[in-house]
Design a binder for this molecule. Structure first.
Ligand code: ADP
Ligand code: MG
Length: 538
């Protein structure tokens, strides 16, 4: 036993631990750097880059680490590349770790909900900003357990460096045991050292997981460096509730829903006003297919500034696709889309714009979007969902952005839920935050893709009311795909009915909904009205 304690404090073994740690650190740091490059190559969308990264992965994941170490230490010098034994072991370990780390990175990144990426793009965030503010903070949280695993495995794998005579812990233990013949005590001490090292990694992993746990952060003030960094990433807290934050909720279910319908005179006056307004959105001969399947061909549509258009049509008729084309989240095959007279996705000279230039263009032309599944950024509060993009994209100061966020949360009746994470809000509340986020940069055109169809029936009213107010108070140009016929009649100036790849019928909302001229439209309206009636009775 005394010998065992002696080995635990023996400088010879302790120096071996230092070398073990050095090789492991080199391997993990190098592996992380190379892994980031490999993951970026695979996610780049460039076939040759992805193929190169795949090739690397096949070779380095498919051959034993010991061979790679021997290769770096013994074979590379023949090509004039000469490193010390420790550096060779570190480089080989890094080369071996890289594909594993790349796969962890890739799965973390691909695991982030695509809807949030789409929302970020719709808000005008270029790829780097999206990665920094939306994808990476969420991916890192999910990758921590896998990284912990990888660090432990690198620590243990570093023992293979003994084969190229690095005097690390395993080699020194073997040497000590051979000279003292006290195999049991030496290897027991060595095993304990390894356990201590891997135990420390596990502990660090646990601390990181707990610190970055969003639910814990939501309920406790941040303590410690990592927690403060993480809290900063989630966004600053405002000093206190904004004035008027306790005001009655304007997002509450409509009380004036019954009186929402416009009178014929109102409608007439509004139609005249809109007819003389400039064109805000123009779709010219737009064609779009997915593979063999044509979604629409040669579609034409013009929307006046301030006009509210309800897009109706059976499921699968292409409403979402059309809306996504309008802000170029979706590419099309032929035709063009003009927002405020500017061709979206094209430079004034007619050249196709890069993705980051399109992101800027969305902001400049002022097109906002609200999604069926809300697509709020899951890792930040309701307020930060609104304020964040204002800072990241428009360069607003934190104070300005927070004030705007608070003002909008107030308007959608959620001032008291500003600090809540999206997952702690109901569907209706999430959609109200999403609407606030979309209108925060003051867009001229707002696209809403079935904003209530993912909601429980009792939450539909609160969201429709917010949209109703936007339509009447903001003078926004809006295109809304919806199945809510009554809402369409109340809010929309015009109904456009999409079916079989074309606009089958369009006209004043009241006319199309009450006296449709096309058989497909009347059948759709009959079915929808019956469904909504039975839904209301249920
Ligand atoms: P809607 O919103 O009217 O229900 P969508 O625009 O979502 O219709 O879809 C129109 C058609 O395009 C559907 O048949 C759908 O399956 C198809 N579609 C939508 N997105 C894709 C995609 N990314 N790849 C292939 N097909 C798609
Ligand atoms: Mg849809």
């Amino acid at each position: 036993m005394a010998l065992f304690y002696h080995y635990l404090t023996l400088g010879y073994l302790l120096h071996g631990i230092a070398l073990t740690l050095e090789v492991t650190a080199l391997g993990l740091a190098g592996g992380l750097a190379a892994g980031i490059v490999l993951a970026a190559m695979q996610l780049s969308g460039q076939t040759w880059m992805a193929a190169l990264a795949r090739g690397y992965t096949v070779v380095f994941r498919g051959t034993p680490l010991i061979l790679q170490m021997v290769f770096v230490y013994d074979a590379l010098p023949h090509f004039g590349i000469r490193w010390s034994a420790v550096a060779s072991a570190g480089v080989a370990l890094a080369a071996n770790e890289a594909p594993f780390i790349a796969e962890i990175l890739r799965s973390g990144i691909l695991g982030v909900d695509r809807g949030q990426v789409l929302a970020g793009r719709a808000l005008g965030m270029p790829a780097l900003a999206l990665m920094r503010h939306v994808v990476a903070p969420q991916a890192i949280r999910t990758m921590i357990p896998a990284f912990g695993n990888e660090a432990v495995s690198a620590l243990k794998n570093s023992s293979l460096a003994s084969f190229i005579s690095v005097q690390e812990l395993t080699l020194r233990s073997t040497q000590l045991a051979s000279s003292t013949f006290d195999f049991f005590s030496v290897f027991f001490a060595s095993g304990l050292f390894y356990l201590l090292l891997t135990g420390t990694v596990s502990l660090l992993q646990l601390v990181a997981e707990r610190t970055l746990d969003l639910d814990r952060q939501a309920s406790a003030p941040p303590r410690g460096l990592l927690a403060r960094w993480s809290a900063r990433a989630r966004g600053p807290r405002p000093p206190g509730p904004a004035p008027g934050s306790q005001a009655p909720s304007p997002g509450a279910p409509a009380q004036d829903a019954q009186s929402g319908l416009r009178t014929p005179i109102d409608r007439e006056q509004r139609a005249q006003r809109l007819a003389s307004a400039p064109i805000a959105v123009e779709v010219r001969e737009l064609s779009k297919s997915y593979g063999e399947r044509t979604i629409f061909s040669q579609l034409d549509l013009r929307v006046h500034a301030g006009e509210v258009v309800a897009l109706l049509g059976p499921s699968g008729s292409g409403k979402s696709t059309l809306l996504r084309c309008l802000n170029r989240l979706e590419l099309w095959d032929a035709g063009s889309v003009l927002i405020g007279g500017h061709r979206i996705g094209m430079s004034p000279g007619g050249l196709v714009l890069s993705p980051s230039a399109v992101a800027r263009q969305r902001v400049e032309l002022g097109v906002g979007m609200v999604f069926q599944h809300f697509n709020l950024f899951a890792h930040v509060s309701a307020r930060e969902n609104i304020a964040g993009p204002l800072r990241w994209v428009l360069g607003w100061s934190a104070r300005e952005a927070d004030a705007r966020a608070q003002e909008l949360l107030d308007r959608v009746g959620l001032a008291d839920r500003a600090e809540a994470l999206p997952r702690h809000l109901s569907g209706g509340q999430q959609q109200r935050v999403a609407i606030a986020r979309a209108i925060a940069p003051r867009p001229r055109v707002l696209l809403l893709d079935e904003p209530t169809s993912a909601l429980d029936p009792e939450m539909v009213g609160e969201v429709l009311e917010v949209i109703r107010r936007l339509a009447s108070e903001e003078g926004l140009t809006m295109l809304i795909s919806t199945h809510q016929l009554r809402f369409a009649e109340e809010v929309a100036d015009r109904v456009v009915f999409l079916a079989q790849g074309r606009i089958v019928e369009e006209g004043p909302a009241h006319t199309v909904l009450h006296a449709p001229s096309h058989a497909l439209t009347s059948r759709f309206i009959r079915v929808m009205a019956a469904g909504q009636l039975s839904g209301a009775c249920a």
